[in-house]
Design a protein around this ligand. Sequence first.
Ligand code: BTN
Length: 325
Amino acid sequence: MQSELRKKLLDVFSNSQDEYLSGQHLADLIGCSRTAVWKHMEELRKEGFELEAVRRKGYRITRTPERVTADEISLGLMTEFMGRHIHYEESVESTQKIAQRLVYEEAPEGTIIIAEEQLSGRGRMDRKWYSPKYTGIWLSMILRPNLPPPKAPQLTLITAVAVVQAIEEMTNLTPQIKWPNDILLNGKKVTGILTELQADADRIKSIIIGIGINVNQQVEDYPEELQPIATSLSIECNQQLKRAELVQILLLKFEKLYTLYLEKGFYPLKLLWESYAISIGRNITARTVTGSLYGKAMGITDDGVLLIEDSAGKVHQVYSADIEL
Ligand code: BTN
């Protein structure tokens, strides 16, 4: 875990707008010795930060490395509680697994777990999630809302809206949401969301929302079977992106939407979700475990259930399915 001092140090730089900050000034602000400041600056350098140290002026951060370390994310993070506790790993089985342990250890709301690579990334319906090193965002968020368990799917839908808005802001591309929570660009999947719930009969104890965003992969980086169905932001917008910046934007978007949801309920969020949804109003096939259903997607209920009207005019509620457009 990132130390409190390191967090404070990066906060000070975040607010300094390129000014030089002297070792003594930093030491006073964060409450440690000048030697401790120097040690932290050396560690930042090892992580790939580019620093300028000028005599009588102090330190300045001139470039941050392309990593998604806690330091990278903290520098410039504008949220109040999302991402204020960051657990970073170079390589993990799955960030969801670590999140489960941290939930048990009472990690506070807004804690995120992020890794450069996942060796056994998990998707919905026990599928694998391809998570190669240094190219994507493999992130789990811990939330502790005071809500009954049936409301949990709403949080997945809110997350999808936050991801879409973050991608829009970062790239100017407008992704679409395919129910329940696939995010597509040009018909190919760029993001998946996996929600896991810990609950009593009447109350959510915690919820872990896993987000996988394909950011800097190129077509040839994908295994052949994924190439027709998966894409990355870099493929679609023709440039390499700073993943840590995208995480910062995503956490801020999510925090705003989540706060709105807790204050005003699901309705405004549902409208937003529907405005990005690809399938609403179209004829689709829903493949469920019990069979296939063809009809017009009418919208979602407040519980995030998909409504499909068949050719006889009967409206079906679909709780879990793969959708074909
Ligand atoms: C899906 O579309 O099937 C959901 C994919 C979710 C992938 C993310 S990556 C971070 C987190 N850790 C995992 O093992 N899975 C989720």
